[in-house]
Design a protein around this ligand. Structure first.
Ligand SMILES: Nc1nc2c(ncn2[C@@H]2O[C@H](COP(=O)(O)OP(=O)(O)OP(=O)(O)O)[C@@H](O)[C@H]2O)c(=O)[nH]1
Ligand SMILES: [Mg+2]
Length: 296
């Protein structure tokens, strides 16, 4: 297959603009968790799109923001590192927010990136045409973007054109991943992420950002097709622990039930999910804990 092409494309942008939603839609499978909270994604997430004559390896990244702790610094580094050694960079903007100061700051950084940068104005389903046009004009002013596309990741609009555009940046190269592999994240990490997603979605106030999830053990029961999954939810304060457990344990139960459904769907078998909660004060500044939770 001499005309086979491939390439890496990193997806970058401010928090909450829809990068992970876009990744999932492009791949056609949920590999990155999505919530309405800023800073949902904490690590680089690889998503592989395989077609008969090309392969695009997408790198979803944490939304760029000023770090407030070591975890934040790690997340920023993940994003900046992902801008190197890729064939193209996809900058995502939110049509309803336009190009804010923080978007402009990231664009400024992207100006000096080695790879060509294209932009996608996302969430057009929520924005007026005027808002979208305004975002487009602001992006055009940046002056270095190769193409500016618009669409809605959630509605699946504009994705074919996006894929076609990205194809132009692929180069003759190897198939990096087998056809049936959509991500390089191990099941254990995906399980932890699904639990974290449910916690983020169900918990309010300041609790969610301080949550980390570690999957301690996964074991298939020999007698039946059931997977036992043991996981720990880490939080930063005793009072947060109480909120996560909820009145009579109802909140923890809901997080567990909703996460279990998704994990069963992902693993294709019945799951017995056991959740524990531990308080680790200021864990987002503790390197040992960050390593333990896969942020290294
Ligand atoms: N209406 C609408 N909502 C969207 C669209 N894309 C994403 N969203 C919503 O926007 C929110 C943020 O989506 P994410 O995909 O988690 O955003 P992100 O850029 O990955 O965010 P971080 O990981 O925090 O940087 C979620 O509530 C999504 O459902 C879209 O095209 N239309
Ligand atoms: Mg994300």
């Amino acid at each position: 297959m001499s005309d086979y092409r491939s390439g890496f494309v990193s997806i970058v942008g401010c928090p909450n603009v829809g990068k992970s939603t876009l990744l999932n839609k492009l791949i056609g499978q949920k590999i990155a968790i999505v919530t309405d909270r800023a800073q949902t994604t904490r690590n680089k997430i690889t998503g592989v799109l395989s077609r008969p004559d090309y392969q695009i390896v997408f790198l979803d990244t944490p939304g760029v923001t000023n770090p407030k702790n070591k975890l934040g610094e790690y997340m920023q580094k993940v994003t900046y590192d992902a801008m190197n050694e890729v064939e193209a960079i996809l900058f995502v903007a939110d049509a309803t927010q336009g190009v804010r100061e923080k978007d402009a700051a990231l664009l400024e950084r992207l100006k000096t990136a080695k790879a060509p940068v294209i932009a996608m104005i996302n969430k057009t389903d929520l924005a007026s045409l005027g808002q979208t046009n305004e975002a487009q004009e602001a992006l055009e002013k940046a002056g270095f973007l190769r193409t500016i596309l618009r669409g809605s990741a959630q509605m699946g609009r504009g994705l074919e054109e996006l894929e076609k555009t990205i194809c132009d940046f692929l180069t003759p190269g190897p198939q990096y991943f087998p056809d049936d592999m959509v991500t390089d994240q191990p099941e254990r990490i995906l399980c932890g992420e699904l639990i974290r997603e449910k916690a983020l979605l169900l918990l309010r106030e300041e609790v969610p950002h301080g949550i980390g999830v570690g999957v301690d053990k996964m074991e298939r029961r020999e007698d039946r097709d059931i997977m036992n999954v043991y996981a720990t939810i880490y939080c930063e304060r005793e009072s947060h622990k109480g909120i996560i457990i909820g009145k009579n344990g109802t909140m923890l139960k809901r997080i567990g039930q909703e996460a279990r459904k998704d994990i069963e769907w992902m693993l294709g078998c019945q799951v017995n999910l056991q959740l524990w909660i531990k308080v680790k004060e200021d864990w987002r500044n503790r390197l040992g804990m960050l390593h333990e939770l896969g942020y290294e």
